[in-house]
Design a protein. Structure first.
Length: 233
């Protein structure tokens, strides 16, 4: 009896029709897609039409968010971030009738290197007197040390606010902590604060961890983490 062929985890198997389908590889797996130009025109029902219309709004908005955060994404391997942002914005648009960041809370910018695996202690983030205040009680091994090359780490509290449907409609503010040793000899408290926008507009706050190799930023993305911790309007 011939041995049954085993496919790798991300191998979708044989091509059902090589003249009609091509194999597409992504970080999250592989799949077969119909070659361009072979789709026949079809009438969309109301739900599909709504999804298509919202994609035309949310996809450019997601790109604007990514562009606004570009400097704060240093060191991260963000994968298909814009596609994920588009999906989160579409959820908000369908539920709330407008674009906001209500579905972004908890979003981890690196699925391959989860934020909660890097920062090993709890943090507290609260809105107070028009500010976002975040505190982290740091102890030895508060941040996981993935390599003997890294010596220190620090935190960024990042605020993004504004209208993502408009060019130049977004603003970013960042508060950066001191550098902390991986081998703290005593407990310390890291405090970060950012002033919220005065007029009503959507906003979200992200906490980022970055590591240093001597006087330089670490090279591997496993030494970084970033997560959305709060939103509002």
């Amino acid at each position: 009896m011939a041995k049954r062929k085993r496919y790798k985890k991300n191998d979708p198997g044989p091509n059902p029709d090589p003249e009609r389908y091509i194999l597409v590889h992504t970080k999250e797996g592989s799949y077969y897609r119909l070659k361009r130009g072979l789709n026949k025109p079809a009438l969309l029902n109301a739900a599909y039409q709504q999804s298509a219309d919202s994609t035309r709004i949310c996809s450019p908005a997601a790109s604007r968010i990514a562009a606004a955060l570009r400097k704060d994404l240093c060191g991260l391997n963000t994968g298909r971030m814009i596609a994920h942002f588009t999906g989160l914005l579409k959820k908000a648009l369908h539920k709330n009738g407008k674009l906001d960041f209500s579905f972004f809370v908890g979003y981890d910018f690196q699925a391959d290197h989860p934020f909660d695996n890097l920062l090993r202690v709890p943090y507290r983030c609260q809105e107070k007197d028009g500010n976002i205040e975040l505190q982290i009680r740091l102890i030895r091994k508060a941040v996981k040390k993935h390599s003997p090359l890294v010596s220190q780490y620090y935190f960024d509290l990042v605020l993004l606010c504004g209208d993502p449907t408009k060019d130049d409609g977004l603003r970013v503010e960042t508060d950066t902590s001191l550098n902390y040793s991986y081998d703290l000899s005593k407990e310390e408290t890291c405090k970060l604060s950012i002033t919220l926008p005065e007029r009503e507009q959507p906003w979200m706050v992200m906490l980022k961890v970055s590591s240093m190799e001597g006087n330089e930023l670490a090279h591997h993305p496993r030494h970084y983490g970033m997560k959305v911790v709060k939103h509002g309007h």
